[in-house]
Every structure is written in structure tokens, then in C-alpha cells.
Design a protein around this ligand. Structure first.
Ligand code: 5GP
Ligand code: ZN
Length: 112
């Protein structure tokens, strides 16, 4: 997707603070952090939403990325929060599926 900002980040056409990368997945710091640690984890391949992911390897790699990042930032014990905003009602603004990973401090209560 040539006009997708997260595809551009995955292709390194746009700068971002990359914190994790493998063949399928890349993670980088959110430009507008909502917690001490706020990362976005995305498949390199463009899927609009979480509903469009049709590849088990990508799902596995997203989970592996969460584990690796938790280890790297030493938040395995303290914990963290994973959020996916999906489409209009979920508040998804960037239409390239991404997982928010928030932590590094006690997070405010969420609606669930
Ligand atoms: P959404 O509302 O779609 O779930 O979240 C999109 C997230 O992407 C927001 O938290 C926003 O701060 C982040 N974001 C948008 N544009 C950029 C960008 O160019 N670089 C980075 N690093 N984050 C971005
Ligand atoms: Zn994209």
C-alpha cells in the first residue's frame, strides 16, 4: 500500500524508532506516547484490520514480538497492556493493523 504510513515505516521510507524487527513483524515507538513505554507492533505486510490477518505465521510472530519486547524492556514482571483498535467504533485511525503495547508504569484503568 503505497500511501500507507505504516507500510512506509516498515519499508524504512519514513523514520521511526524501531525497537524490534524480524522477517514478518516490526515494532516502533508511538510518536504520541500515552504511557512511559508505548510501542506499536505491526505485520510488515499490509492488512487493514485485525480481521484481515489470514496467516498463522504472522499471528505467531506478533505474539513472539510481544514476548521479546517484554523481555527487552524488563516489563515481564511488572506487566503491560496490549490494545487493538478496530475500525470506526474501536477508534482505529491508521488502517494498517497494529497492536499498541503500553507499560513502564501503572496504567490508568481502561473501560474493561
Ligand atoms: P490507532 O488510533 O489507529 O489505534 O493508533 C494509531 C497510532 O499511531 C497513534 O497512537 C499515533 O500516535 C501513532 N502514529 C500515527 N502516525 C505515526 C507515525 O508517523 N509514526 C509513529 N511512530 N506513530 C504514529
Ligand atoms: Zn500498510
Amino acid at each position: 500500500m503505497s500511501d500507507c504510513i505504516f507500510c512506509k515505516i516498515a519499508n524504512k521510507d519514513i523514520n521511526s524508532e524501531i525497537i524490534y524487527e524480524n522477517e514478518k513483524v516490526i515494532a516502533f515507538k508511538d510518536i504520541n506516547p500515552k504511557a512511559k513505554l508505548h510501542f506499536l507492533i505491526i505485520p510488515k505486510k499490509h492488512y487493514n484490520t485485525i480481521l484481515d490477518i489470514d496467516d498463522n505465521e504472522t499471528i505467531n510472530e506478533l505474539l513472539s514480538a510481544i514476548k521479546e519486547i517484554a523481555k527487552k524492556y524488563e516489563i515481564e514482571e511488572s506487566g503491560f497492556r496490549i490494545i487493538n483498535n478496530c475500525k470506526e467504533d474501536g477508534g482505529q485511525e491508521v488502517m494498517h493493523v497494529h497492536l499498541h503495547m503500553l507499560g513502564g508504569e501503572k496504567l490508568k484503568t481502561s473501560i474493561i
